[in-house]
Design a protein around this ligand. Sequence first.
Ligand code: NAD
Length: 266
Amino acid sequence: MDKRIGFIGAGQMAEALARGFIAKGVCTADRIFATDVVAERKQVFRGFGTNPVDSNEEVVKSADVIFIAVKPQYVSVVLREVRPHLEDRHTIVSIAAGITLQSLKDAAGEVVRLVRVMPNTPCLVGETAAAMCLGGKADDSDADTVRRLFDAVGKIYRVDEKLLSAVTGLSGSGPAYVFLMIEALADGGVRAGLPRDIAQQLAAQTVLGSAKMVLETGKHPGALKDMVTSPAGTTIAGVHELEKAGVRAAFINAQLLLGQLGRAST
Ligand code: NAD
């Protein structure tokens, strides 16, 4: 990509994104600029070949795509600070949870190209499930730029902003649900006599492999489930137990609840 990438806030997410872009070759390290109020974070960025700079203003002057990667409560502050230096070439990408396009626009100005992204924690291992929505003057070319970048660290889908709370309930909180599931699967293995470490590896690998089958075959998960449930077998007996416990409704209810909380807080 011929664009230069900037990070305001060089924390965990910024590092994961920058390393992913470099590893997948979408951007070379010398075209990445980052700043942080904590000096050690800039050293980390220097350590993998990118350019640490001294101020948020300098990031904006040096780069075209600017990631706002500070904690949500600081987003407006840094945007107001750099606002006088924003130009038409800039695409502002906020990854801050819960900060709406309207509040980004209020802080950065009406005429800015704004993209709001909701990534999730597996971004840290290059497997995020993210969604984006556009605001201000952003158009398909900005969406295309952001898609190319996020393809390096997982997958991204474009949605209307009103659906971002649903995305937060699914892929934002989803890792916590899956971690809980992996822990519970491992507990079951330990209950049946497996050593903890083997049980946990088997549980995590089972989730990874099953997710891969859904993504790679394109088959409905129900059809894949049918393929492993033989008549009167142990797997259908296990599925029956989960259905008795209301596992599907529990997943749906958890997301509904989060959607309501999300709407209440934004
Ligand atoms: P982090 O604390 O690791 O990074 C934020 C960095 O911003 C820190 O290094 C901090 O020193 C720096 N900072 C604070 N004020 C600054 C300022 N005025 N100018 C420049 N730098 C400043 O946090 P993180 O986990 O990387 O999260 C960053 C953003 O990503 C948050 O808004 C969060 O909502 C969003 N997010 C994170 C996750 C996740 O899994 N961590 C998932 C989804 C969204």
